[in-house]
Design a binder for this molecule. Sequence first.
Ligand code: AHN
Ligand code: ZN
Length: 320
Amino acid sequence: MLLWTSCTNDAVKDKKDIPSVETKNQQVIASFNGDSAYNYVAKQVAFGPRIPSSKAHENCALWLQKKMELFGAKVTIQNFKARAYTGKILSGSNIIATFNPDAQKRIMLSSHWDSRPFADHDPDPKKHYIPIDGANDGASGVGILLEMARQFQMQNPKVGVDILFWDLEDYGEHNDEVKTGTDDFWGLGSQYWSKNNHIPGYSASFGILLDMVGAENPSFTKEAYSLNYAAGIVAKVWTAARKLGYQDIFRDVEAGAVTDDHYYVNKFSNIPTIDIIHYDTGEKNGFFPYWHTTGDNMSHISKSTLKVVGQTLMQVIYTE
Ligand code: AHN
Ligand code: ZN
């Protein structure tokens, strides 16, 4: 257990002889369990690829809802229809888990729960229409947020937290097909929610999106839309990571922009939201090496990466 004490209390600073006990500003930050998060990632992958209109998609949604209810959340399922780049109308479900519904100050944590229907970046062209496990791209962020929810049940944070699982993030255009000329076929669930909040007039102080946060050898750089819309939140999260000794993973490097779910939340909902994403100019596509390949499976998921990201989020949430 780690005890974090606020240093900003003047009364405590002035009276040096008095033990600095200020319960109001103390929060015990528990240890995020990387094994537990790993099991939640494996469970999602075991359903099969979570692609629209599949049994795996339906079963996984039910499981996520039940799990969050078990952890004490009020769960809202937001069903919606969206047009894919192919013209096909897809059915999606955003899953929203609310903790401390009455708290005024709220923080949004999110990740996409669907997986990509095609391995269009696989080194083997014959595999370009095979759906992927999405162990890192999808399931890793969701696994971390499930473990966060389990922690919230054990110790209620002071702030309200809304965990949003986006659907249909990863149905963007196939790399081998004719280009649409827009990025707006990615993030279909976050686009829908950002224009139709589950509670009219909903707001949050800030948001944190997780995307590809569970692979070995992670590299989290400061993504450009995050810096543009929410530089203070990037600083807050990177400072928390540094405090925990994770500065080699949460790197002090500015990177390019990624059209991801946080972009639409910033654009249409005005909630300053950052993306923690494995993104590095040293990699082939900028993303982690198995991005949109059949290799995005459990064999490249690291418990220690899940722990690094989860503990950083714990530090952020319990010091608000
Ligand atoms: C684009 O390729 C424009 N965005 C990638 C968003 C993404 C896909 N994140 C995970 N999978
Ligand atoms: Zn993807």
